[in-house]
Ligand binder design. Sequence first.
Ligand SMILES: NC(=O)c1ccc[n+]([C@@H]2O[C@H](COP(=O)([O-])OP(=O)(O)OC[C@H]3O[C@@H](n4cnc5c(N)ncnc54)[C@H](OP(=O)(O)O)[C@@H]3O)[C@@H](O)[C@H]2O)c1
Length: 232
Amino acid sequence: MERPYTILSCAASVDGRIDDTTPERLRLSNEADFAEIDELRAGCDAILVGAGTVRADDPRLLVRSQLWRERRRDQGRTEHLVKAVITRTGDIDPGARLFSTGDAGAVVYTGGDGVSSAKERLAARPSQDPPAEVVDAGDPPTVGAILADLAARGVERLVVEGGGHVHTMFLTSGLADELRLAVAPFFIGDEGAPNFVMPGAYPYNPDAPMSLVDTRSLGDIAVLRYCLKAQN
Ligand SMILES: NC(=O)c1ccc[n+]([C@@H]2O[C@H](COP(=O)([O-])OP(=O)(O)OC[C@H]3O[C@@H](n4cnc5c(N)ncnc54)[C@H](OP(=O)(O)O)[C@@H]3O)[C@@H](O)[C@H]2O)c1
């Protein structure tokens, strides 16, 4: 199957939490890490998150640096990435900021009853918003169907920015190429806080681990880069 080169990017506490339980967004990165993530985004064609992240954070999913946006424009690309959202139910807020910002449009991957539900919701968007399309990626949607659709749209590099359910889906699928994990120097210690990943059948286990290809420190943040081709 033709699919984009897929990079998973996540920031977690030492105890593996990607948020706390307060309504405010938890800062798990520093400026240097944010700048690297922005560069990572700028080198990709599409960015994907789960509906849970949209509901929790209402992210815009933009390339922040003007320099990177100009470089993309000079290369004949859009300044921003195609934005992709995964939802099983189709319960997606048409007023979410990711739909009203950027210049490359959005795709909502869903399936079953989620298709009509998402279409109905997106129809409520203002006409001046960038285009947004609903794609049936199976019931339930699969990583394989989503990646095949993105590849057909010309997406060669995809960055997946969470949350935990989506990282679990991609990691257990075995269809991702790279994991960039930023580890913040503290614990959350709250069992109600979202985890980086859920229990599941991961192809990377003690007998077939991932390969650690880079480790760096950005201030107190440790950045680990793993190649997701299991080693034997
Ligand atoms: N630190 C970081 O790097 C980082 C990054 C992003 C997010 N976060 C945090 O992560 C938390 C959200 O994580 P999360 O795990 O709750 O949400 P998530 O992974 O962003 O999204 C979960 C949603 O994805 C949909 N979904 C799950 N499996 C699916 C499947 N097989 N097919 C189609 N859709 C599927 C469902 O949407 P429906 O319910 O609509 O069906 C599900 O509710 C927030 O607290 C956010 O702040 C942290």
